[in-house]
Ligand binder design. Structure first.
Ligand code: MN
Length: 335
Protein backbone atom coordinates (compact mmCIF):
# COMPACT_ATOMS: atom_id res chain seq x y z
CA UNK A 1 0.00 0.00 0.00
CA UNK A 2 1.43 3.37 -0.97
CA UNK A 3 0.18 6.93 -1.02
CA UNK A 4 1.16 7.63 -4.65
CA UNK A 5 -2.41 8.50 -5.52
CA UNK A 6 -2.41 11.25 -2.89
CA UNK A 7 1.00 12.63 -3.87
CA UNK A 8 0.05 12.69 -7.55
CA UNK A 9 -3.08 14.69 -6.83
CA UNK A 10 -1.15 17.16 -4.64
CA UNK A 11 1.29 17.69 -7.50
CA UNK A 12 -1.46 18.04 -10.05
CA UNK A 13 -3.15 20.72 -7.95
CA UNK A 14 0.24 22.41 -7.54
CA UNK A 15 -0.14 22.64 -3.76
CA UNK A 16 3.07 23.74 -2.14
CA UNK A 17 3.30 20.92 0.43
CA UNK A 18 6.18 19.24 2.19
CA UNK A 19 5.76 15.86 0.49
CA UNK A 20 8.10 14.13 2.96
CA UNK A 21 5.80 15.17 5.82
CA UNK A 22 2.73 13.85 3.97
CA UNK A 23 4.50 10.53 3.39
CA UNK A 24 5.50 10.37 7.06
CA UNK A 25 1.87 10.91 8.08
CA UNK A 26 0.71 8.17 5.73
CA UNK A 27 3.30 5.71 7.05
CA UNK A 28 2.48 6.67 10.63
CA UNK A 29 -1.23 5.99 10.05
CA UNK A 30 -0.53 2.77 8.13
CA UNK A 31 1.63 1.46 10.97
CA UNK A 32 -0.91 2.44 13.63
CA UNK A 33 -3.81 0.75 11.76
CA UNK A 34 -1.66 -2.28 10.87
CA UNK A 35 -3.74 -5.47 11.02
CA UNK A 36 -7.09 -3.60 11.13
CA UNK A 37 -9.56 -4.22 8.36
CA UNK A 38 -12.55 -2.38 6.91
CA UNK A 39 -15.86 -4.27 6.77
CA UNK A 40 -15.08 -4.74 3.08
CA UNK A 41 -12.08 -6.84 4.12
CA UNK A 42 -9.60 -4.30 2.77
CA UNK A 43 -6.77 -2.95 4.95
CA UNK A 44 -8.03 -0.08 7.13
CA UNK A 45 -5.51 2.43 5.77
CA UNK A 46 -7.37 2.70 2.45
CA UNK A 47 -10.02 4.72 4.33
CA UNK A 48 -7.90 7.58 5.75
CA UNK A 49 -5.97 7.65 2.46
CA UNK A 50 -9.23 8.07 0.52
CA UNK A 51 -10.38 10.82 2.91
CA UNK A 52 -7.10 12.68 2.39
CA UNK A 53 -7.39 12.38 -1.40
CA UNK A 54 -10.94 13.76 -1.34
CA UNK A 55 -10.22 16.61 1.04
CA UNK A 56 -7.75 17.95 -1.57
CA UNK A 57 -10.74 19.12 -3.61
CA UNK A 58 -11.07 21.94 -1.09
CA UNK A 59 -7.50 23.11 -1.79
CA UNK A 60 -6.71 22.84 1.93
CA UNK A 61 -3.50 23.56 3.80
CA UNK A 62 -0.96 20.85 4.56
CA UNK A 63 -2.11 20.25 8.17
CA UNK A 64 -5.61 19.39 6.93
CA UNK A 65 -4.26 16.63 4.68
CA UNK A 66 -2.01 15.30 7.47
CA UNK A 67 -4.99 15.32 9.86
CA UNK A 68 -7.18 13.54 7.29
CA UNK A 69 -4.59 10.74 7.16
CA UNK A 70 -4.50 10.54 10.96
CA UNK A 71 -8.18 11.19 11.68
CA UNK A 72 -8.96 7.70 13.05
CA UNK A 73 -5.60 7.03 14.71
CA UNK A 74 -6.19 8.25 18.25
CA UNK A 75 -9.66 6.69 18.60
CA UNK A 76 -9.00 3.36 16.92
CA UNK A 77 -5.34 2.58 17.65
CA UNK A 78 -3.02 2.73 20.64
CA UNK A 79 -1.46 6.01 19.53
CA UNK A 80 -2.75 9.03 21.45
CA UNK A 81 -3.32 12.69 20.61
CA UNK A 82 -0.12 13.44 22.55
CA UNK A 83 1.80 11.03 20.32
CA UNK A 84 0.38 12.75 17.25
CA UNK A 85 1.28 16.20 18.55
CA UNK A 86 4.83 15.12 19.25
CA UNK A 87 5.41 14.17 15.61
CA UNK A 88 3.08 16.49 13.70
CA UNK A 89 2.56 19.50 15.96
CA UNK A 90 -0.33 21.14 17.83
CA UNK A 91 -2.14 22.25 14.64
CA UNK A 92 -2.63 18.67 13.48
CA UNK A 93 -3.57 17.56 17.00
CA UNK A 94 -6.38 20.07 17.19
CA UNK A 95 -7.74 19.09 13.76
CA UNK A 96 -7.73 15.38 14.68
CA UNK A 97 -9.35 16.19 18.04
CA UNK A 98 -12.00 18.29 16.30
CA UNK A 99 -12.78 15.51 13.85
CA UNK A 100 -13.14 12.99 16.69
CA UNK A 101 -15.50 15.25 18.59
CA UNK A 102 -17.79 15.50 15.58
CA UNK A 103 -17.95 11.70 15.33
CA UNK A 104 -19.83 11.77 18.62
CA UNK A 105 -22.67 13.89 17.27
CA UNK A 106 -25.11 11.12 16.53
CA UNK A 107 -28.73 11.26 15.57
CA UNK A 108 -31.11 8.96 17.39
CA UNK A 109 -34.18 7.54 15.79
CA UNK A 110 -36.32 9.36 18.35
CA UNK A 111 -34.48 12.67 18.00
CA UNK A 112 -37.08 15.36 17.48
CA UNK A 113 -34.64 18.24 17.23
CA UNK A 114 -32.56 17.45 14.18
CA UNK A 115 -31.95 21.15 13.67
CA UNK A 116 -30.26 21.32 17.08
CA UNK A 117 -27.94 18.49 16.10
CA UNK A 118 -26.94 20.33 12.95
CA UNK A 119 -26.29 23.49 14.93
CA UNK A 120 -24.28 21.57 17.49
CA UNK A 121 -22.26 19.95 14.72
CA UNK A 122 -21.38 23.26 13.13
CA UNK A 123 -20.62 25.03 16.41
CA UNK A 124 -18.44 22.17 17.63
CA UNK A 125 -16.41 22.40 14.46
CA UNK A 126 -14.90 25.75 15.31
CA UNK A 127 -12.66 25.18 12.32
CA UNK A 128 -14.05 24.82 8.79
CA UNK A 129 -11.21 22.43 7.94
CA UNK A 130 -12.65 19.92 10.41
CA UNK A 131 -15.96 19.93 8.54
CA UNK A 132 -14.16 19.28 5.25
CA UNK A 133 -12.42 16.23 6.76
CA UNK A 134 -15.63 15.00 8.35
CA UNK A 135 -17.67 15.35 5.14
CA UNK A 136 -15.07 13.37 3.18
CA UNK A 137 -14.94 10.80 6.00
CA UNK A 138 -18.71 10.29 5.90
CA UNK A 139 -18.74 10.31 2.10
CA UNK A 140 -16.29 7.40 1.92
CA UNK A 141 -18.07 5.56 4.76
CA UNK A 142 -21.38 5.90 2.90
CA UNK A 143 -19.80 4.49 -0.25
CA UNK A 144 -18.71 1.40 1.66
CA UNK A 145 -21.90 1.11 3.73
CA UNK A 146 -23.06 -1.95 1.82
CA UNK A 147 -20.52 -4.03 3.78
CA UNK A 148 -22.01 -2.97 7.13
CA UNK A 149 -24.80 -4.79 9.04
CA UNK A 150 -28.28 -3.84 7.76
CA UNK A 151 -29.56 -2.30 11.02
CA UNK A 152 -26.48 -0.10 11.22
CA UNK A 153 -26.88 0.86 7.55
CA UNK A 154 -30.24 2.44 8.25
CA UNK A 155 -29.04 4.40 11.26
CA UNK A 156 -25.99 5.77 9.42
CA UNK A 157 -27.98 6.61 6.28
CA UNK A 158 -30.60 8.48 8.31
CA UNK A 159 -27.99 10.35 10.30
CA UNK A 160 -26.20 11.31 7.08
CA UNK A 161 -29.41 12.59 5.51
CA UNK A 162 -30.32 14.50 8.68
CA UNK A 163 -26.99 16.10 9.48
CA UNK A 164 -24.38 15.83 6.73
CA UNK A 165 -26.55 16.52 3.65
CA UNK A 166 -27.94 19.83 4.97
CA UNK A 167 -24.47 20.95 6.02
CA UNK A 168 -22.97 20.16 2.60
CA UNK A 169 -25.93 21.95 1.05
CA UNK A 170 -25.55 25.05 3.21
CA UNK A 171 -21.87 25.18 2.42
CA UNK A 172 -22.66 24.94 -1.30
CA UNK A 173 -20.66 21.74 -1.75
CA UNK A 174 -22.90 20.36 -4.45
CA UNK A 175 -20.86 17.31 -5.45
CA UNK A 176 -20.78 15.81 -1.94
CA UNK A 177 -24.37 16.78 -1.19
CA UNK A 178 -25.73 15.07 -4.32
CA UNK A 179 -23.57 12.00 -3.84
CA UNK A 180 -24.56 11.62 -0.16
CA UNK A 181 -28.25 12.08 -0.98
CA UNK A 182 -28.23 9.30 -3.56
CA UNK A 183 -26.24 6.98 -1.30
CA UNK A 184 -28.65 7.57 1.61
CA UNK A 185 -31.71 7.19 -0.58
CA UNK A 186 -30.36 3.86 -1.79
CA UNK A 187 -30.48 2.50 1.78
CA UNK A 188 -33.51 4.37 3.10
CA UNK A 189 -35.83 3.56 0.21
CA UNK A 190 -34.28 0.69 -1.70
CA UNK A 191 -37.25 -0.17 -3.94
CA UNK A 192 -37.98 3.35 -5.07
CA UNK A 193 -34.30 4.03 -5.59
CA UNK A 194 -34.06 1.02 -7.89
CA UNK A 195 -37.12 2.06 -9.91
CA UNK A 196 -35.94 5.65 -10.36
CA UNK A 197 -32.39 4.56 -11.10
CA UNK A 198 -33.64 2.35 -13.93
CA UNK A 199 -35.95 5.04 -15.27
CA UNK A 200 -33.18 7.61 -15.23
CA UNK A 201 -30.83 5.26 -17.06
CA UNK A 202 -33.28 4.69 -19.87
CA UNK A 203 -34.17 8.40 -19.95
CA UNK A 204 -30.48 9.24 -20.31
CA UNK A 205 -29.98 6.66 -23.05
CA UNK A 206 -32.95 7.98 -25.01
CA UNK A 207 -32.09 11.64 -24.58
CA UNK A 208 -28.34 11.94 -24.58
CA UNK A 209 -28.20 12.78 -28.29
CA UNK A 210 -30.96 15.38 -27.99
CA UNK A 211 -29.26 16.98 -25.01
CA UNK A 212 -25.99 17.17 -26.94
CA UNK A 213 -27.76 18.77 -29.89
CA UNK A 214 -29.39 21.36 -27.63
CA UNK A 215 -26.03 22.11 -26.08
CA UNK A 216 -24.40 22.54 -29.49
CA UNK A 217 -27.21 24.72 -30.83
CA UNK A 218 -27.01 27.03 -27.82
CA UNK A 219 -23.22 27.15 -27.94
CA UNK A 220 -23.09 27.95 -31.65
CA UNK A 221 -25.66 30.71 -31.25
CA UNK A 222 -23.86 32.35 -28.33
CA UNK A 223 -20.46 32.08 -30.01
CA UNK A 224 -21.82 33.49 -33.24
CA UNK A 225 -22.99 36.63 -31.48
CA UNK A 226 -19.62 37.03 -29.81
CA UNK A 227 -19.58 35.33 -26.39
CA UNK A 228 -16.67 33.20 -25.26
CA UNK A 229 -18.43 30.67 -23.08
CA UNK A 230 -18.50 27.01 -22.14
CA UNK A 231 -21.74 25.12 -22.48
CA UNK A 232 -22.34 21.86 -20.61
CA UNK A 233 -25.28 19.77 -19.45
CA UNK A 234 -25.92 18.12 -16.11
CA UNK A 235 -28.50 15.52 -15.23
CA UNK A 236 -30.04 15.85 -11.76
CA UNK A 237 -29.12 13.31 -9.11
CA UNK A 238 -31.70 10.62 -8.32
CA UNK A 239 -32.76 12.07 -4.99
CA UNK A 240 -33.39 15.51 -6.52
CA UNK A 241 -35.56 13.85 -9.16
CA UNK A 242 -37.43 11.96 -6.45
CA UNK A 243 -38.14 15.23 -4.59
CA UNK A 244 -39.25 16.92 -7.80
CA UNK A 245 -41.61 14.06 -8.72
CA UNK A 246 -43.11 14.14 -5.22
CA UNK A 247 -43.61 17.89 -5.36
CA UNK A 248 -45.31 17.68 -8.76
CA UNK A 249 -47.38 14.62 -7.84
CA UNK A 250 -45.80 12.58 -10.66
CA UNK A 251 -44.22 9.14 -10.73
CA UNK A 252 -42.34 8.87 -14.03
CA UNK A 253 -38.99 10.56 -14.62
CA UNK A 254 -39.80 11.61 -18.19
CA UNK A 255 -42.88 13.51 -16.90
CA UNK A 256 -40.71 16.31 -15.58
CA UNK A 257 -38.89 18.53 -18.04
CA UNK A 258 -36.02 19.67 -15.86
CA UNK A 259 -34.36 16.28 -15.42
CA UNK A 260 -31.31 18.04 -16.76
CA UNK A 261 -30.17 21.62 -17.19
CA UNK A 262 -27.82 23.20 -19.69
CA UNK A 263 -25.19 25.43 -18.15
CA UNK A 264 -23.61 28.42 -19.79
CA UNK A 265 -20.38 29.42 -18.09
CA UNK A 266 -18.85 32.79 -18.87
CA UNK A 267 -15.25 33.75 -18.12
CA UNK A 268 -15.05 35.95 -15.00
CA UNK A 269 -14.02 39.02 -16.97
CA UNK A 270 -17.37 38.86 -18.77
CA UNK A 271 -19.43 38.92 -15.57
CA UNK A 272 -21.03 42.21 -16.56
CA UNK A 273 -22.46 40.50 -19.66
CA UNK A 274 -24.38 37.83 -17.78
CA UNK A 275 -27.76 39.57 -18.15
CA UNK A 276 -27.00 40.33 -21.77
CA UNK A 277 -26.54 36.60 -22.42
CA UNK A 278 -29.88 35.95 -20.77
CA UNK A 279 -31.53 38.63 -22.93
CA UNK A 280 -30.02 37.17 -26.10
CA UNK A 281 -31.27 33.69 -25.18
CA UNK A 282 -34.76 35.07 -24.50
CA UNK A 283 -34.77 36.89 -27.83
CA UNK A 284 -34.04 33.66 -29.67
CA UNK A 285 -36.20 31.20 -27.68
CA UNK A 286 -39.38 31.89 -25.76
CA UNK A 287 -38.94 31.82 -21.99
CA UNK A 288 -41.60 30.16 -19.82
CA UNK A 289 -43.35 32.62 -17.55
CA UNK A 290 -42.54 32.32 -13.82
CA UNK A 291 -39.49 30.16 -14.48
CA UNK A 292 -36.90 32.91 -14.34
CA UNK A 293 -34.80 33.17 -11.17
CA UNK A 294 -32.07 35.70 -10.47
CA UNK A 295 -29.68 34.14 -7.94
CA UNK A 296 -26.97 36.54 -9.09
CA UNK A 297 -28.59 39.65 -7.65
CA UNK A 298 -30.09 37.62 -4.78
CA UNK A 299 -27.81 34.64 -4.01
CA UNK A 300 -29.17 31.61 -2.15
CA UNK A 301 -28.29 31.52 1.59
CA UNK A 302 -25.39 29.14 0.84
CA UNK A 303 -23.87 31.69 -1.54
CA UNK A 304 -25.07 29.99 -4.74
CA UNK A 305 -25.22 32.39 -7.67
CA UNK A 306 -26.66 31.79 -11.13
CA UNK A 307 -29.41 32.93 -13.47
CA UNK A 308 -32.05 30.28 -14.18
CA UNK A 309 -34.47 30.29 -17.05
CA UNK A 310 -36.51 27.76 -19.02
CA UNK A 311 -37.08 28.23 -22.74
CA UNK A 312 -39.23 26.65 -25.43
CA UNK A 313 -38.02 26.03 -28.97
CA UNK A 314 -34.51 24.87 -28.24
CA UNK A 315 -35.58 21.37 -27.28
CA UNK A 316 -35.15 18.40 -29.58
CA UNK A 317 -36.79 15.06 -28.91
CA UNK A 318 -40.36 15.46 -27.80
CA UNK A 319 -42.07 18.33 -29.55
CA UNK A 320 -41.33 21.68 -27.94
CA UNK A 321 -39.92 20.25 -24.75
CA UNK A 322 -38.90 23.15 -22.49
CA UNK A 323 -35.20 23.30 -21.64
CA UNK A 324 -33.78 24.67 -18.40
CA UNK A 325 -30.72 26.90 -18.78
CA UNK A 326 -28.44 28.14 -15.98
CA UNK A 327 -26.09 31.04 -16.68
CA UNK A 328 -23.14 31.86 -14.44
CA UNK A 329 -19.47 32.86 -14.42
CA UNK A 330 -16.52 30.57 -13.75
CA UNK A 331 -16.14 31.68 -10.14
CA UNK A 332 -19.87 31.32 -9.48
CA UNK A 333 -19.46 27.76 -10.79
CA UNK A 334 -17.26 26.46 -8.00
CA UNK A 335 -18.52 23.08 -6.87
MN1 MN B 1 -12.95 7.72 9.45
Amino acid sequence: MSCDKLIKKIEKLELDFNIARIKTAFEYAAAAHEGQKRFSGEPYIIHPLEVAVRVLDFHPDEDTVVAALLHDVSEDTDKTLDDIELVFGPGVRSLVRGTEKLSHVRSRVDEPEIENLRKMFVSMASDLRVIYIKLCDRWHNMETLKYVKPEKQLRIAKETMDIYVPIASRMGIYKIKASLEDLCFQFLNQDLYRVLHEQLESYTKQNVNFINKEKETLKKYLQKIGYKCQVSARIKNIYSIYKKLKKKGKTVVSDIYDVYAIRVILPDEQEAKIYQVLGDIHRKWTPLANKFKDYVAVPKPNGYQSLHTTVVGLGYGEFNRPVEIKIRTESMHVQ
